[in-house]
Design a protein around this ligand. Structure first.
Ligand code: 9WN
Length: 433
């Protein structure tokens, strides 16, 4: 297939999932607006649907809470096709949720400043007004993360696996094992996800019980706990923290574009990076890890989230060499037709499953974010391999949510928006690094 045809196909996926003010991540499995999905979608749409890219991010930030939090899901309606929906989350229990907004009460990784910068770069003459409107919202969002989500440490915490964006990554297993849901605690419920995707691809019922229990713990506290150290699940996620370092840097650039001073954001990035490097680096594995804030120990599973350190900072050799060695040795999976893509965790890691989501397969957004980091570290050769692997998977298998590269199969939802969006970005060859 020619590059042109591939571009048309990718754009058609985004167009079909467009709902007038935002793009749903998937036709049936995810029928609302998701926070980090919208950032990736805007990055893809900036090339051929610039107005939509702008509206996508504006719509998401219209639902921003008054404390700065950008919710991880903004519910379009009461579609019973998704559970847990707005009537379960009941965002109105928080005084911070704006009137008329129905959303979840947790957030997702902060890739939005990176997306706003990318959208600006595609159309600087019209983009300046967009940047002016978005900057105060991004400042409030990042400040919320530093001020509310960091407890006893500069490192940002996730209080629910869904907030990590990598929901049932085996990385969280030790932290989730400590969450006990006594029989009869939860009201009976019906999962909707297993109606739209193969149950073998999705989390187990026991995991779902814990997910809902953790939502209830947060909802009972109005999503604004004043006993943050007592929360049952508190993880200093490597992906969340490294992407915020990157986002602060991009926010400083955005401030510069509108003639404002970005030095405070760069200072925040430095302070956060220093904490990442001091507390999340493991000399034993030669990788960065997430930390269980309950107990203060590094979570042992090696995950691809570690490589986002390359996206966040220019790394010194003593960090880059071991990281790249682990990447090549344990994560890179060949793709039929050419190229390689990173697995979520190595095949020999406890909990690896080639098809269950976030427990092993390859994801287009992780591949793209890591490629951005490889470019930053001067490893365009490896970034090109990732690009080739991702394009071959999408071309040969389809725009799936995620992939088992060894079997060349697609999983989760088909026609998945961020897979199409990031293919578009790669085809335009317009790196945002
Ligand atoms: C829960 C929408 C989202 C992504 C997440 C992915 C998955 C939701 C789910 O889908 O999570 O938020 O129901 O499984 O894990 O990264 O944003 O695409």
């Amino acid at each position: 297939m020619t590059a042109q045809t591939m571009e048309e196909r990718a754009q058609a996926v985004l167009d079909a999932n467009w709902l007038g003010r935002f793009t749903k991540p998937a036709p049936r499995l995810y029928p609302h607006q998701w926070s980090w999905d919208s950032a990736f979608i805007a990055i893809g749409n900036r090339h051929r649907r610039w107005d939509r890219a702008v509206l996508e991010l504006e719509t998401l930030f219209d639902a921003q809470w008054t404390n700065g939090m950008v919710p991880h899901i903004v519910f379009a309606d009461n579609d019973p096709g998704y559970f847990p929906g707005g009537t379960y989350w009941r965002s109105e229990v928080s005084a911070h949720c704006p009137q008329g907004v129905s959303s979840s009460g947790i957030c997702q990784p902060p890739v939005h400043a990176t997306a706003v910068l990318a959208v600006y770069k595609a159309n600087p003459s019209e983009g300046r007004r967009f940047v002016e409107a978005m900057v105060p919202k991004l400042v409030a969002w990042h400040d919320y993360l530093h001020e509310v989500r960091a407890v006893d440490s500069p490192l940002i915490e996730v209080w629910h696996p869904w907030a990590s964006g990598r929901d049932n990554n085996p990385e969280w297993d030790p932290a989730l094992d400590a969450v006990h849901v006594a029989p009869g605690t939860l009201a009976p419920y019906q999962r909707a996800d297993v109606n739209h995707a193969d149950p073998a691809d999705r989390p187990s019922d026991a995991e779902y019980d814990r997910y809902l229990f953790l939502v209830e713990q947060l909802r009972n506290r109005g999503y604004d706990p004043d006993d943050r150290p007592e929360l049952p699940f508190r993880v200093r996620d490597i992906l969340m923290n490294t992407l915020l370092v990157r986002a602060e840097e991009d926010l400083a650039t955005l401030l510069g574009i509108i003639g404002a001073d970005g030095s405070e954001r760069l200072a925040r990035a430095d302070r956060l990076w220093d904490a990442v490097d001091e507390h999340l680096w493991s000399p034993e594995t030669g990788m960065y890890h997430s930390m269980n804030a309950v107990g203060g120990k590094l979570l042992p599973v090696r995950t691809s989230g570690s490589f986002l350190a390359m996206t966040a900072r220019d790394l010194p050799e003593e960090r880059l060499q071991p990281l790249l060695a682990a990447f090549e040795r344990d994560f890179m999976a060949p793709v039929a037709g050419g190229g390689r893509v990173p697995l979520t965790i190595p095949v020999d890691e406890i909990g690896f499953d080639p098809i269950r989501y976030w427990r092993g397969p390859a994801w287009i957004n992780m591949t793209w974010l890591i490629a951005l980091g490889l470019e930053r570290q001067g490893r365009s050769d490896l970034a090109r391999e990732l690009r080739a692997g991702a394009l071959n998977l999408c071309e040969n298998v389809g725009f799936y949510e995620y992939f088992d590269p060894k079997a060349a199969t697609g999983h989760g939802s088909d026609d998945f928006s961020w897979s199409a969006a990031l293919v578009l970005e790669w085809l335009r060859g317009d790196q945002i690094g």
